[in-house]
Design a protein around this ligand. Structure first.
Ligand code: ADP
Ligand code: ADP
Length: 226
């Protein structure tokens, strides 16, 4: 069955703001699903619920077959998150960041070095980068480290929240290549403000506005509509 299933998800914040009116979606494996929409559409709220940060007001979601309400630990081990803004520790090396997350994910000690190596290789931060402190990295390298963190332990569903915002075109392209390779064996949910980015990366795109999905289709089809 599909690694990501969302059924009638709804979120009203304690402020009274309904950020998600209703959201229903199923996404298959091995694809990048682009989530497009203006600020305030509900993209971050959706990701926050699916990664366990916020509770939904109503509705169900299943990640890798696990129920978000009743199997939260299994859901947590099945997802990876690259947040919009890098959350890194200045004085930890690239390798130390990944070891920390590998432990948090419950990767057995005997496997953690292989798991860390694989993530670093995927984002081309292996070799001499391993021992470098995050405070010495460029913006693009920091973003690659954040993506590596999201990929630790081969999660089934990976959320990349605007992964190339603020990066120059060359670094953007490098990160696009990394994402294309990383999608095998996973479902990648990528939020973006860029139609160009989703055209390059996504096999399917959903357009959100005002707390609901307006349409879902291939990038080519949605482009012809807008
Ligand atoms: P985005 O760039 O995804 O649109 P936002 O600016 O909407 O990001 O939100 C950034 C962070 O601030 C998110 O964690 C979001 O949940 C939080 N946030 C946004 N709006 C509010 C609000 N009205 N009250 C409290 N927190 C908010
Ligand atoms: P997007 O990521 O598409 O920009 P968000 O999910 O951040 O959209 O926001 C959807 C709506 O919910 C916005 O009106 C935002 O201000 C509001 N919102 C987001 N987070 C919070 C929060 N923690 N508390 C209250 N309102 C929020």
């Amino acid at each position: 069955s599909n690694p990501l299933i969302i059924q009638n998800l709804k979120k009203t914040y304690p402020t009274g703001k309904t950020a998600l009116k209703t959201l229903t979606l199923a996404v298959e494996s091995d694809i990048v699903f682009g989530l497009l929409g203006p600020n305030g559409a509900g993209k971050s709220t959706t990701i926050s619920i699916l990664t366990g940060l916020y509770e939904a007001t109503k509705g169900k979601a299943y990640i890798a077959g696990y129920d978000l309400d009743t199997e939260r630990d299994d859901v947590w081990r099945s997802v990876g998150i690259c947040p919009q803004h890098d959350v890194l520790w200045d004085d930890l090396t690239c390798e130390e960041h990944l070891l920390f997350y590998a432990r948090l994910k419950g990767i057995p000690k005997s496997e953690e070095h292989a798991v860390v190596e694989e993530s670093l290789r995927t984002v081309a931060l292996n070799g001499p980068f391993k021992k470098r402190l995050s405070k010495g990295l460029s913006g693009g390298e920091k973003r690659r480290l954040s993506i590596a963190i999201a990929l630790v332990g081969k999660p089934k569903v990976v959320f990349l929240d605007e992964p190339t915002t603020g990066l120059d075109p060359e670094v953007r392209r490098l990160i696009w290549n990394i994402i294309q390779e990383a999608r095998i064996g996973k479902t990648i949910i990528l939020t973006s403000h860029s139609m160009e980015e989703t055209e390059v990366l996504a096999q399917r795109v959903g357009i959100m506005s005002q707390g609901t999905l307006r349409c879902v289709g291939t990038p080519a089809r949605l482009k012809s509509l807008y």
